[in-house]
Design a protein around this ligand. Structure first.
Ligand SMILES: [Ca+2]
Ligand SMILES: [Ca+2]
Ligand SMILES: [Ca+2]
Length: 285
């Protein structure tokens, strides 16, 4: 075990000790479609079991995904810095800095919220996953790479904590169900945080860091949640088991996806063109 791995393990153990010390409050149950909870003025919505609507999905932090790369509990945050601090996917396509600008704003009941989308992936037979903490920071500094937490369990990002799921020493939990919208690339939850929580900052020059941790409830979820009939308890644990978890934003209009027939025609056309070019080249030489 190298030093970084030991530090990470210690941090994780400290976090888990904090969980058990605080005890779980009644978890927010998002195991059914179109469920909703409000925690500290932020809204957690499980989404409709349909493909994500129009717009381009832009991941900014992806956790885990490769078998064996993460354990039952996984954590991380978006940054462009490498090496990453925790269980983040290292591809710059999926894990990188973002500015506050470009985050979708939704108005609910006269209040403006920034929207952060979450796609989880688990096995179909053990589909539950707990979201144990979310910490969203604003900062004027990009490329940060903290690996430690303060005495309250807050990641040591240099900036301001705009929102936290476990704010005020309360151990809140959100329980998600992969099966309500199975398949990767399918969103499962939207987190709406009041724009006012971000303060008077310039969105174009203010970085946003989103830290999250999953799977900490583990076996505490077994038989605590029910399937769509409401009669059968779900035997799944809430530990992370398979596939990545990804936070993303949706921006701009959806790209036009050609029909399969058009694609085939296009493909045939390209092959024909390629053959023609090759023939031409041959003639020339
Ligand atoms: Ca999903
Ligand atoms: Ca928690
Ligand atoms: Ca997973």
């Amino acid at each position: 075990m190298n030093r970084k791995r030991i530090l990470q393990t210690l941090a994780l153990m400290a976090g888990l000790a904090l969980f058990s010390a605080m005890g779980f409050s009644d978890p927010c149950d998002l195991t059914a479609p179109l469920s909703s909870c409000t925690i500290d003025n932020a809204i957690y919505n499980s989404i409709q079991p349909t493909p994500e609507g129009s717009g381009v999905i832009q991941s900014f932090v992806r956790l885990g995904g490769s078998p064996g790369s993460t354990g039952p509990v996984e954590q991380g945050f978006n940054t462009t810095f490498r090496p990453v601090s925790f269980d983040e996917n290292t591809s710059p396509t999926f894990t990188h800095d973002i500015f506050l600008a470009g985050t979708e704003v939704q108005n609910v009941g006269g209040i403006n919220y920034y929207v952060f989308h979450l796609d989880i992936n688990q096995t179909g037979s053990a589909p539950l996953l707990s979201l144990d903490d979310v910490q969203i920071f604003t900062s004027s500094t990009g490329n940060q790479h903290p690996t430690a937490f303060d005495a309250n369990g807050v990641l040591e990002i240099s900036g301001n904590l705009a929102y936290r799921l476990d704010a005020g020493g309360v151990n809140n939990e959100v329980v998600l169900n992969y099966n309500i919208n199975g398949g990767s690339g399918q969103g499962d939850m939207d987190l709406l945080v009041p724009v006012s929580a971000f303060g008077a900052v310039d969105p174009n020059s203010t970085y946003v860091y989103l830290y999250s941790i999953f799977g900490g409830m583990g076996a505490d979820c077994v038989n605590q949640f029910f399937d769509n009939t409401g009669n059968n308890p779900i035997t799944s644990s809430c530990a992370n088991n398979d596939g990545y978890e990804e936070w993303y934003r949706v921006t701009g209009p959806a790209p036009e996806v050609p029909e399969p027939a058009t694609l085939t025609l296009l493909g045939t056309g390209l092959v024909a063109l390629g053959a023609k070019l090759r023939r031409r080249t041959k003639k020339k030489s």
